[in-house]
Design a protein around this ligand. Structure first.
Ligand code: AMP
Length: 286
């Protein structure tokens, strides 16, 4: 496994791989790797001959009041995990490598960056889209894998790739969960023992929504109320949002209408830890 920290060296390495006729896959991450990230590596392996993973906690996607400085980091552990899983290249740049000068060019995905997560983190997706654009230009992958865990992010990256004609194929991988349903996340280690137990309420509320919609409930405001009630009765979690969108457009929906699938998304805070989760609800279209 090769570890690359420099932009020019990564670009040279990518050029050599591409010239040799091999397909290069990229899994962008912020490190502190877990099985969710590893499932993305497996997905990349199915589609590519050489698998690169980037490990970079990108400051421009964190607001000043967010957890940039406390975000968990453990490169030695990440390196071992990646090696065991058969990763070929780790691209792990420093801040001065990624942002050597004050950056003035950014990618903005309008409208969809302003809703849901974007309402609570107004500058987040500008930072995400811009760093992913940089990573695509540095690692030059044929394909890149993103997790459905961050459904809005995945939608935004796909929109960027399609609107700006990036020559990279985006593949989505399903959410990996703990046995009790909690979606794996690097941020789960912030949770106290009690919060960790209560945090399963996110998944349980999504299952409740799946059941309601499967039982032909069409009114999503009612489903939201049931979810809020469950979360309030079984945890101290503070809900930032519970929303339902058309998975193909990310526009909000309040009624199932003729949709065959509705994407339910939520963000809940436990103390200082903010968790997000989502589920595609299969409806019973009329
Ligand atoms: P992060 O390091 O949190 O920025 O995540 C890097 C990538 O891993 C993103 O595409 C995430 O959506 C994905 N990811 C994170 N957690 C999970 C999970 N539990 N299951 C599947 N993918 C995940």
């Amino acid at each position: 496994m090769k570890i690359v920290k420099d932009v020019a060296e990564m670009q040279r390495t990518a050029d050599e791989i591409r010239r040799s006729g091999k397909r290069l896959g990229l899994v962008p991450t912020m490190g502190y790797l877990h099985e969710g990230h590893m499932s993305l590596v497996d997905e990349a392996r199915k589609n590519a001959d050489v698998v690169a993973i980037s490990i970079y906690v990108n400051p421009t996607q964190f607001a000043p009041n967010e957890d940039l400085s406390s975000y968990p980091r453990d490169f030695a552990r990440d390196e071992k995990l990646a090696e065991t899983r058969g990763v070929d290249i780790i691209f792990a740049p420093s801040d001065s490598v990624m942002y050597p000068h004050k950056q003035l060019a950014f990618v903005e995905i309008e409208e969809v960056s302003r809703v849901l997560e974007g309402e609570f983190r107004p500058t987040h997706f500008k930072g995400v889209a811009s760093v992913v654009a940089k990573l695509f230009n540095i690692v030059k992958p044929h394909m890149a894998v993103f997790g459905q865990k961050d459904a809005q992010q995945a939608f935004i990256i796909r929109k960027m790739v399609s609107d700006l004609n990036f020559d990279v194929n985006i593949v989505l991988a399903p959410i990996v969960r703990e046995e009790d349903g909690l979606a794996l996340s690097s941020r789960n280690i912030y949770l106290s023992e009690d919060e960790r137990k209560k945090a399963t309420v996110l998944y349980r509320s999504l299952k409740l929504a799946q059941k309601a919609v499967g039982d032909n409930e069409r009114n999503l405001a009612r489903v939201r109320s049931e979810m809020l009630e469950l979360i309030a009765s079984q945890s101290t979690g503070k809900v930032d949002y519970i929303d339902f969108v058309d998975p193909d457009t990310f526009s909000k929906v309040e009624d199932v209408g003729s949709l065959e699938r509705v994407l339910a998304l939520l963000a809940v805070r436990f103390g200082r830890t903010r968790l997000i989760d989502n589920m595609i609800l299969e409806t019973r279209p009329k």
